[in-house]
Design a protein around this ligand. Structure first.
Ligand SMILES: NC(=O)c1ccc[n+]([C@@H]2O[C@H](COP(=O)([O-])OP(=O)(O)OC[C@H]3O[C@@H](n4cnc5c(N)ncnc54)[C@H](OP(=O)(O)O)[C@@H]3O)[C@@H](O)[C@H]2O)c1
Length: 202
């Protein structure tokens, strides 16, 4: 199983640090300055590899940790998806006003899904602030909750398994339409740091 993170800003670095913590190989890429990217990969650890965007797009699990406005251009460079998993970590925000983008009836993840036809899209890793996402997920007497939504159960399961390996407690919010609405900016689940207490398992 190969993993790539496209975008190594605040969110991409936080995600990468989870791979590093559990020594799971991961490829990282960014828009500019490949030399700095290679340096960053070396600094982060031996399981982190700097690659080009086209190489990153070929992984089994491709994480989009880029601004929402860059998604169409980035995923448009993939020749085919062949059922591979794309994890949409973006938030559709108008950065100038920090308000949700007006997308009509569609959720942002449904829009992203329409851009990656042939892939299995999962929305995850977008509700926690990067600084929280980077912390050990097994914490405070339990496991940090990670919300997962998507229209394909097998893909959600693959992402949930990885999240569990990182120490998170994944919670399935349903499909992209229903799940997406729960996790938008200003809505119930966004930004909250929930812990599933170990006692909840008893
Ligand atoms: N920051 C958070 O706490 C947080 C939390 C939840 C969700 N999110 C979401 O995660 C996404 C990333 O946020 P961020 O805060 O990490 O942003 P950021 O710090 O600005 O980083 C964005 C990254 O995306 C890369 N990028 C931009 N356009 C690209 C392109 N065309 N091809 C390849 N890479 C490209 C940038 O490359 P360069 O480095 O070369 O410029 C940079 O590494 C956003 O959609 C945001 O809403 C962020």
């Amino acid at each position: 199983m190969t993993h790539s993170i496209i975008g190594v800003g605040a969110l991409g670095k936080a995600l990468t640090s989870q791979f590093v913590r559990f020594k799971i190989p991961v490829q990282i890429t960014r828009n500019s300055d490949i030399t700095a990217l290679r340096f960053m990969a070396r600094e982060m650890g031996p399981c982190v590899h700097a690659v080009s965007v086209p190489e990153a797009l070929q992984s089994d699990l491709v994480f989009l940790a880029i601004p929402f406005d860059a998604v169409a251009t980035v995923v448009g460079a993939a020749s085919s998806w062949n059922g591979r998993v794309v994890v949409d970590c973006t938030n559709a925000i108008d950065l100038a006003s920090f308000t949700p983008r007006a997308l009509g009836e569609q959720t942002s993840s449904e829009l992203v899904e329409s851009l990656v036809q042939g892939a299995r899209l999962v929305k995850a890793f977008n509700t926690l602030p990067a600084a929280t996402l980077a912390q050990p997920a097994a914490a405070a007497g339990g496991h940090r909750v990670l919300f997962v939504s998507g229209n394909v159960g097998s893909a959600k399961e693959e992402v949930a398994q990885l999240a569990t390996a990182f120490g998170f407690a994944p919670i399935d919010l349903g499909n992209l339409s229903a799940g997406g609405r729960w996790r938008q900016l200003g809505v119930a689940l966004m930004g909250h740091n929930f812990i599933r207490l170990n006692s909840a398992d008893r």
